[in-house]
Design a binder for this molecule. Structure first.
Ligand code: C5P
Length: 400
């Protein structure tokens, strides 16, 4: 079977650490998988492994300096960054992690990283105390937050003679991580996915609203998952304090249910899959006051409510053959019957029932536990308690 890396362009970044000897095997594995590999090595990296070995195996001159000293030929990190389908930095030393996290672009590897638009995989390798240092950990958190994939080091014997966490992951496993990323990416490539996420705020006056505790975490996890699998994703979200990382995600911020519906209507025509994850307020105040309602104005104000549009049902009604609409349900009573009823009434293809009663599930948590019902009547799928990212992967697996 063809590796999903066949024909891909990989920039392999090598830093100055003992584990650089393993990069030769990694390079060999990438080449065997059919990838075209360009090695970029830091000046310290060359002290550990010779560019001759690396260029012979990659069949390309190894890049290390900004220009070749004797000819003055400039090496464009920008071109290299754009050429890459992915960048793999293995081993990544504490120093390079720090430079990458803070944009200290004093070598070809870091400038290429800053120019790369592709996914980046980072396999750190260092002594256990350096690895555990808050400075290294905070740099790794920053890099994770930028959307990079960290391939955690293993526990084991270290070059220092100590034993602990810091050994670079074995090349075979790094290959597996990168391969499975690309294999996954093919599953939704060419598809357009629309996702609603977060709460909606329905204004009462300029400073007050009716809303709910939805954080947007589940919808954002779904967006990242679909984008990772190659989809072109649009997220229409209510007020949330989260950020999205994948370059294939477009974010449209809205406030109220009617604004969310308007944005979804605009996007839906060329959408293949719509996932309605937002906790849309069911009602909005019938009148919005232009100025702040004062306590002195009225002892007990009455807020008359009107029903909000049902976005999922609207899209379910107008969907064409081939378009899929997925809904969510959060129930406290008769969960299964209510979820099934919604699946039919809103003309959905699938509904994800959240468990509302657990402390680790529902609004604001990082974990969730769901049951997935499909319109074709096949047996529901129960995920059990997992991170929202893993739940997102399960939902997309069922969808596919
Ligand atoms: O009817 P209920 O609010 O329980 O249905 C939940 C599902 O419907 C979710 O997928 C939610 O995003 C969607 N919904 C919507 N517009 C509304 C209310 C709910 O899209 N006004």
């Amino acid at each position: 079977m063809n590796s999903p890396l066949a024909g891909r362009h990989i920039v392999l970044g090598i830093c100055g650490g003992i584990a650089a000897y393993k990069s030769v095997t990694l390079l060999r594995l990438f080449v065997k998988a059919g990838a075209e590999v360009q090695v970029v090595i830091t000046p310290a990296g060359k002290e550990f492994i010779t560019p001759v070995t690396l260029s012979a195996l990659s069949r390309k001159p190894v890049v290390s300096e900004f220009f070749t000293a004797n000819t003055g030929e400039w090496h464009s990190h920008v071109d290299l960054g754009l050429w890459a389908d992915c960048m793999v930095i293995a081993p990544a030393t504490a120093s390079t992690l720090g430079k990458m996290a803070h944009g200290i672009a004093d070598n070809m590897l870091v400038t290429t990283y800053l120019s790369a638009k592709s996914p980046v995989f980072i396999a750190p390798a260092m002594d256990l105390d350096m690895m555990a240092h808050p400075s290294t950990q905070s740099n790794l958190d920053l890099l994770r937050g930028f959307g990079n994939h960290i391939i955690e080091p293993e526990n084991g014997f270290l070059a220092s003679g100590l034993v602990g966490k810091g050994r670079m992951e074995e090349p075979e496993n790094i290959l597996k991580v990168v391969e499975s990323y690309f294999a996954k990416r093919q599953t939704l490539s060419g598809k357009k996915v629309l996702i609603t996420a977060g709460p909606t705020y329905e204004r009462i006056d300029p400073v007050r609203f009716i809303g709910n505790f939805s954080s947007g975490k589940m919808g954002f996890a779904l967006a990242e998952e679909c984008a990772t699998r190659g989809a072109d994703v649009t997220v229409v979200c209510g007020p949330v304090s989260l950020s999205l990382h994948h370059p294939n995600i477009t974010r449209i911020d809205v406030e109220s249910a009617s604004e969310m519906l308007e944005a979804c209507r605009r996007e839906f025509d060329d959408t293949d899959i719509a996932i309605m994850c937002a906790a849309v307020a069911d009602y909005a105040p019938a009148e919005k006051s232009d100025s702040k309602i004062k306590r002195e104005q009225c002892e007990l104000p009455v807020i008359r409510l009107v029903k909000n549009p049902d976005i999922a049902a609207t899209l379910g009604r107008v969907k064409r053959v081939g378009q899929r609409v997925v809904g969510f349900a959060l129930e406290t009573d008769n969960e299964i019957e209510n979820a099934r009823e919604k699946l039919v009434r809103k003309n959905l293809d699938m509904i994800v029932l959240n468990t509302a009663n657990g402390k680790d599930t529902g609004f604001g948590t990082d974990t969730n536990s769901v049951t997935i019902f499909k319109a074709d009547g096949t047996a529901p799928i129960v995920t059990g308690l997992k991170s929202k990212a893993d739940i997102a992967a399960d939902i997309v697996d069922v969808l596919i």
